[in-house]
Ligand binder design. Structure first.
Ligand SMILES: [Zn+2]
Length: 465
């Protein structure tokens, strides 16, 4: 070994030491580039169109909501440190219980309220958001869509698309980024890219990057191989690329040691706020989407449409058929409610039928007298119930009965927080032992007309034993 080469090696070593010590040249993950037929402008346009669809279909909280303001602040802080092209990032909160987050092409990012509810610290929430920002940086959505288009289109057309009518062609091929879009499901390769970029973004913003992996792994552990519907969507859209925590730690080791931010005061306030919020389940959202209604952020409601197919509920004292998509609450030993799952909230029935037995004071009372006694006792427990019209004598499958209409207040509230008017249709039927079986068919008054045929069908199937 001659002296020159030994000098040059010493020089080279010194240079390396200087370079690693220089803050400007710290290692950062470079965004990868892949085949993409969408221009940056098209990508932004595509994302904004898709975001408008999401807002139409999902209960997205208004920007004025304090939770949204907080998430937008955190997002802006993280986006400042996003590498690559400066996409116009926007941040939104979806009032849904499921733990999920997704990014649309070109910048719109949606975080479910449930994610904020389960994040144990600010860094975990920042981790989810930094991860989503990284999917935008990497253009994972449009790269996946481009691959799909390449498979479907002849090369000549594909080449001609560049910067030209790509959006129209994508729409023609059915490629979209709306709710539940296939292109929002990331590959494991995309996931590990988003984890690494997200690690750098978190580090540069002052949040401990390992918390991102802790959060993802916590979800997996809680799933425990089972199917907890609160988490399945998130983990299927963001599949584990394998050893997330180790990959994050390896990336952090390439960066100088630093101290990380503690939770902000705002984070504590927002955590307290979201703990008291009641986001919708994705089932409720799906039901509303099916009805074509725009789900509103706060109101608990959902699909109550009765199926035309009937099922039989057989009780010791009676049998009755009911729409197969409704449920029976209660059993032989108690009063029974048959209602759509979304028709019952906090033990109050908004849609459905309650069935019970009434024992009149005088066991020899006529059906007429027993019915009046029952109505008095119903009104005692619910003073705003009012009878409308007269009670009528009817026959239910050959058995003597009475029918009475009442008006009361529904557990469902209007936009101003006032209870909707409720219609309660009470039917009493004489039993052989002198007691009375009674049914209360319940619906908000405005929907009673559409519910009545189902209620009448149910009543026609009633067999008193
Ligand atoms: Zn992901």
């Amino acid at each position: 070994m001659d002296s020159y080469s030994s000098y040059s090696r010493w020089f080279a070593l010194t240079l390396v030491v200087c370079l690693t010590a220089s803050p400007i040249l710290e290692a950062r993950v470079e965004p990868t580039h892949g085949f993409d037929v969408f221009s940056q402008d098209e990508e932004i346009q595509l994302g904004q169109q898709s975001a408008a669809e999401v807002v139409k279909q999902m209960p997205v909280l208004p920007d004025s909501d304090p939770v949204v303001e907080y998430v937008q602040g955190l997002g802006a802080k993280l986006a400042q440190h996003a590498p690559g092209y400066k996409w116009p990032y926007t941040f939104h909160v979806v009032n849904v219980k499921e733990i999920n987050a997704f990014a649309l092409p070109g910048g719109p990012i949606f975080v479910n309220l449930g994610t904020i509810q389960v994040a144990e610290n600010e860094a975990q929430l920042a981790g989810v958001m930094a991860h989503e920002i990284s999917h935008v940086v990497q253009r994972h959505g449009t790269r996946a869509a481009s691959k799909q288009m390449a498979a479907q289109l002849p090369l000549a057309i594909l080449g001609g698309l560049m910067g030209n009518s790509t959006l129209a062609k994508a729409a023609e091929l059915g490629i979209s980024f709306g709710v539940g879009s296939y292109f929002l499901k990331n590959s494991r390769q995309s996931e590990s890219e988003a984890d690494l970029l997200g690690t750098d973004i978190m580090y540069d913003s002052g949040y401990q990057p390992q918390q991102m992996a802790v959060f993802f792994e916590k979800l997996e552990k809680q799933m425990g191989g089972g199917t907890n519907s609160l988490m399945t969507q998130f983990l299927s859209d963001h599949p584990n690329p394998g050893n997330r925590a180790e990959a994050v730690s390896r990336e952090v080791k390439t960066l100088p040691t630093r101290t990380y931010l503690a939770d902000s005061r705002e984070f504590g306030e927002i955590k307290a706020r979201v703990a008291g919020m009641k986001p919708l389940t994705s089932e409720q959202v799906a039901a509303m989407q099916k009805q074509g209604g725009t789900p509103s952020g706060g109101a608990a409601a959902g699909d109550v449409t009765p199926s035309a197919n009937l099922k039989v509920f057989s009780h010791n004292e009676y049998a009755i058929s009911y729409p197969e998509n409704w449920q029976v609450f209660g059993d032989q030993s108690s009063n029974v409610t048959i209602a759509p799952r979304n028709g019952v909230s906090q033990n109050a029935v908004a849609y459905g039928v309650m069935i019970a037995n009434y024992q009149p004071e005088d066991s020899g009372a006529s059906l007429d007298a027993a019915t009046h006694e029952l109505l008095v006792s119903l009104r005692q427990s619910n003073p705003d119930l009012k009878q409308i019209g007269h009670d009528e004598t009817i026959r239910v499958n050959g058995v003597a009965g009475k029918s009475v209409d009442l008006i009361g207040s529904s557990p469902i509230k209007d936009a101003q927080g006032k209870p909707l008017e409720e219609r309660d249709w009470v039917v009493t039927v004489q039993r052989k032992d002198g007691t009375v079986l009674y049914l209360v068919f319940i619906s908000p008054d405005k929907d009673f007309g559409s519910m009545r045929p189902t209620f009448e069908t149910m009543l026609r199937t009633l067999q008193v034993r």
